[in-house]
Design a binder for this molecule. Structure first.
Ligand code: FES
Ligand SMILES: [Fe+2]
Length: 436
């Protein structure tokens, strides 16, 4: 249980807040590259409570600048993309990707006014299908050499979706390895061969047991939390008999992401990034260690569930997440269909816009959540004192932050550590993009 002050401290990320200052020390996802393609690559972006506009200029450079024109305050998201920048539709002022004012065409010919105008702008970089932004002070940190960032573009696919609540609720669901046995329970298993691109429908490695069966039949796992250079690793162990255990290795990536196995072939790296204190986006990079990702199939699967342009889930609070009492009695635990994103969406949003953590009761099975809050409080403390928190990496350190191991398999209960280490090493030795 937290005090109201402690809850505010760890959830609020607008400019000037302690957690806002901390989150600004890291690259954050600002848009999908998909959103900045097409005829007019201009996209309003609200990020950490700041109103911005992302665009790609006529030379192919990406920019992220303040949304309101510094002349009279109109909305640059309606601007004209031309002449090496974004031009305000009100009086034609032109801004480049760095926020520099290039022209003030209604001013006298000899005016020096544009030299004195600088629009807010933030560094951006394209990586693995996402446009990343750095909203913090000084030089941005280096990107860790995680698989999702070093895999070739053919083997990653990025997507996003809006969640109507504070970012921390979703992060804390993502690092809760127990809820899958309940929230995502299916009373019957389906053919794993039909599972492409979907979570928890494959079999676990080294077995022919569907993940859904393991989750359903073994709901009381042991959880081990191991600190790492990127946050922590979780090992979730379900003893299934005959000296065997289901071993699932997942990772918290500080400050606002996790990396988990999705299927035998793919992992998901997922960020939960505040739009503001009461809304956020998940951004996921799906990384394949086997065949190239079928991006069209992955995109179309997800576009059935999310509505453009804002990536709002079609099943949501306004339609009870598709809740059906008959389904809940016979098919799924939630009665909200087979898409697990809907289940998670309901879990996160139904806690309220900002969960009131003064009323919660964390148990033993919530130990990863408690571990994360300790990590967060330590980093808040360090960043408040001007020290460098975990994962603010320089180029040399970034090269050593790799992987991370993601495993979902059945191995010897007595040697579960050896099992996941061998399994992870073998995957890296045999991955299809070795030598890339
Ligand atoms: S308000 Fe943008 S140019 Fe005047
Ligand atoms: Fe979930």
């Amino acid at each position: 249980m937290l005090s109201a002050e402690q809850n505010d401290l760890i959830t609020r990320t607008n400019p000037g807040t302690a957690a806002g200052n901390l989150m600004r020390r890291y690259w954050q996802p600002a848009a999908l590259i998909d959103e900045l393609s097409g005829n007019r690559p201009v996209k309003p972006v609200r990020l950490l409570g700041e109103d911005l506009v992302a665009f790609k200029d006529d030379k192919g450079r990406y920019g992220l600048i303040g949304r309101h024109c510094p002349h009279r305050g109109t909305d640059l998201a309606y601007g004209r993309l031309e002449d090496g920048g974004l031009r305000c539709a009100f009086h034609g002022w032109l801004f480049d990707v760095g926020g520099k004012c290039l022209q003030t065409p209604a001013e006298p010919d000899n005016s020096k006014m544009s030299a004195n105008v600088k629009q807010k702008s933030y560094p951006v970089v394209e990586k693995s299908g996402i446009l990343w932004a750095y909203l913090g002070p000084g030089e941005p940190p280096a990107f860790p050499h995680f698989d999702c960032f070093v895999a070739p573009g053919t083997h990653t696919f990025a997507f996003k979706g809006m969640i109507d609540c504070n970012w921390l609720q979703s992060l804390e669901v993502g690092i809760d390895p127990v809820h899958t046995s309940f929230l995502h329970r299916f009373f019957e298993d389906e053919d794993p061969d039909k599972s492409y691109g979907r979570m928890f429908r494959d079999t676990s490695k080294d077995s022919d047991m569907p993940m859904t069966k393991i989750m359903r039949e073994f709901p009381r796992p042991r959880i081990e939390v191991e600190p790492t250079d990127y946050g922590f690793r979780l090992a979730t162990l379900r003893e299934i008999g005959n000296d065997k255990a289901h071993i699932r290795v997942t990772n918290l990536i500080f400050p606002n992401a996790f990396i988990i196995p999705m299927s035998r072939e793919m992992t998901i790296a997922q960020w939960h990034v505040p739009i503001d204190d009461v809304k956020h986006y998940w951004y996921a990079i799906f990384t394949s260690f086997g065949a190239p990702v079928d991006k069209d199939k992955m995109r179309n699967q997800r576009l059935e569930l999310y509505e453009l342009p804002d990536y709002i889930p079609r099943k949501n609070k306004s339609n009870d997440y598709g809740f059906d009492a008959h389904e809940q009695a016979h098919t799924t635990y939630t009665g909200m269909g087979a898409d697990i994103n809907v289940h998670d969406q309901w879990a996160c949003e139904s806690m309220g816009q900002i969960q009131d953590r003064t009323q919660e009761h964390l148990g033993t099975s919530d130990k990863a959540i408690a571990a994360y809050r300790r990590l967060l409080r330590r980093a808040l403390d360090q960043s408040g004192k001007g020290e460098r928190p975990i994962m603010v990496l320089d180029a040399a350190a970034a090269q050593t932050v790799t992987g991370p191991a993601c495993v979902d398999g059945i191995g010897p209960a007595g040697d579960w550590q050896g099992y996941w280490q061998r399994t992870d090493a073998a995957r890296h030795e045999t991955k299809s993009w070795n030598g890339h």
